[in-house]
Design a protein around this ligand. Structure first.
Ligand code: ADP
Length: 357
């Protein structure tokens, strides 16, 4: 019997039938197939996704395997799933930094869970294998060190500032530089230079994602940030009730004015799940979705109230680490994956547009 010789072209042609469900293009056009090796009837290759936090990774893998197995003469397919986060294409020439994507988390007012969302987003991305930095730009209430369970910066070497690290995330906060009880009064220019220093004087290294926890409201900090670093996108966190929604609307407007693409709205403390499974609307839910609809932006999801979240914040163990299987963690993980996918889509579209020009 003559064995049929399988070629790289045959493998690639088979894989052209496999689409990335979010990017709506096939995995070959998207340049995701790398290092094809053919040993007799065994085909090996690497499939490089645009984010390690891709929720559809296993679906794409199984479709790719099926497609190659349909080739005559292929008995086995080994796929190494991998990820390379694309640069969002926005030139970071204001400050030249090796950061592929910067995501700002904002809110109209304080106490809505903005820092909680920022922390859990950063940790989920890092757990998925991405290189992640977390910048606490909430200079009025820098509580990320507490939430991430780190009190001090590591020993410094007099060159660039070495950030702290926890749960695989590099962290910088003004909270490391002032005493907890010290009141922080910032004026515009001082704030601007502090934010620039946090970006340029900190040894972030190469990052796939920098998550920035903005101060609440629409003050100077987002402006300084947007002037120093082109943001890939902004997320607004809100509570479901009307007063919070009005503030959130102003937050969305702020991103628009700063020309920061809006990734969407998250409704936090949306509902309470009772032990018997019934759902209690504490603040009345659905407002975040309505706000997103009215503003023409995406609704990224609703996060329930869960005392574990507060316990995690106080103890320095983010809930996605302390209780990864709880409903609240599942929601936070799902929302983080949606954000990563949206950033990838925007980056890829920018890249494709540049290539097509
Ligand atoms: P912000 O950054 O908007 O000021 P925080 O993230 O600091 O808000 O959250 C305020 C408080 O609410 C914290 O004690 C936090 O642990 C708690 N919290 C946030 N989200 C939730 C949630 N979904 N369930 C329970 N507690 C929460």
């Amino acid at each position: 019997m003559v064995e049929k010789k399988i070629t790289n072209e045959m493998v690639l042609n088979a894989l052209r039938r496999v689409q990335d469900p979010e990017l709506h293009r096939d995995v070959v056009t998207l340049n995701m197939i790398k290092d094809i090796e053919i040993n007799g009837s065994v085909v090996n290759f690497r499939l490089e996704l645009t984010t390690p936090a891709c929720p559809l990774s296993s679906q794409i893998e199984s479709e790719a395997r099926k497609a190659v197995l349909t080739l005559d003469g292929v008995s086995e397919v080994n796929i190494k799933m991998d990820a390379r986060v694309p640069n969002d294409g926005r030139v970071r020439n204001m400050l030249s930094l090796p950061i592929r994507n910067a995501i700002a988390v904002g809110s109209g007012k304080g106490g809505v869970g903005k820092s909680t969302i920022a922390v859990n987003l950063a940790v989920v991305l890092a757990q998925a294998g991405a290189r992640v930095g977390l910048l606490d730009a909430d200079i009025y209430g820098p509580n990320l060190p507490t939430m991430m369970g780190v009190r001090y910066l590591p020993p410094q070497n007099n060159q660039k500032i070495q950030p702290a690290e926890a749960y695989g995330v590099k962290l910088m906060s003004i909270g490391f530089l002032v005493k907890p009880e010290q009141a922080l009064i910032w004026r515009g220019p001082m704030l601007h230079s502090a934010i620039r220093q946090f970006l340029s004087d900190v040894e972030w290294g190469e990052l796939d994602y920098l998550v920035v926890d903005l101060p609440p409201g629409t003050g100077d900090a987002p402006l300084s940030l947007a002037q120093s670093l082109p943001l890939s996108g902004g997320v607004i966190v809100t509570l479901p009730q009307q007063v919070s929604l009005d503030d959130a609307r102003r937050g969305l407007e702020m991103f628009r004015q700063l020309e920061v693409p809006v990734l969407g709205v998250i409704e936090n403390m949306s509902y309470l799940e009772m032990p018997d499974g019934t759902i209690l609307d504490v603040f009345g839910n659905g407002g975040g979705m309505k706000l997103a609809e009215q503003a023409g932006v995406s609704f990224l999801g609703a996060v329930p109230i869960d005392p574990q979240v507060r316990v995690g914040s106080d103890n320095g163990i983010p809930v996605v680490i302390s209780n990864p299987d709880s409903n609240v963690s599942k929601k936070l993980i799902q929302i983080s994956q949606v954000i990563a996918a949206k950033v990838s889509i925007a980056a890829l579209q920018a890249g494709l547009e540049m290539r097509l020009k």
